[in-house]
Write a protein of this length. Structure first.
Length: 152
């Protein structure tokens, strides 16, 4: 995967994250029940918020990785790949969680794996690169939240 593909993928995920954030505006999910409005709280609100934070921190980390890779430091390739995979799965997780989808637990299991892998890759660079440190911490928090719902 070259830098251009990583950058384009990151931009596409940023757009998906914005759509997911717009869907998350309200914490309540509305159901129509026999003509009336029934308001039920979305049990995945904290999960969506955690995924959103992971996306935000991950985009900063990926951007930093691309800059460092562009300067010739190949050590950042594993980190960039881990972040890129995490971004794709957390964006999907955020959208499903915001929709209170029945698929959320299965996506939470995948996102948890991606967050754990991303955290491990980021740990290797956390002392030299603040973006990696922050991303890894966010991934750890998201993986913990995913574990509460993950269907394994």
């Amino acid at each position: 995967m070259n830098r251009r593909e990583l950058l384009l993928g990151g931009m596409a995920l940023a757009g998906a994250a914005m759509v997911g954030n717009a869907q998350a505006e309200g914490e309540e999910h509305h159901h129509h029940d026999m003509g009336g409005h029934v308001h039920t709280a979305n049990p995945y609100t904290a999960l969506a918020t955690s995924a959103s934070d992971c996306i935000q921190k991950g985009e900063a980390c990926l951007s930093h990785c691309l800059i460092v890779l562009g300067q010739g430091d190949k050590d950042m390739a594993e980190c960039a790949q881990g972040v890129n995979q995490m971004l794709a799965l957390c964006a999907a997780l955020q959208q499903l969680a915001n929709q209170n989808s029945k698929l959320t637990p299965r996506m939470a299991a995948l996102a948890m794996d991606a967050c754990n892998q991303c955290e491990e890759a980021c740990k290797k660079h956390a002392k030299e690169h603040d973006e990696c440190k922050v991303c890894g911490e966010s991934c750890a928090a998201c993986a913990k939240e995913c574990k509460k719902f993950a269907a394994v």
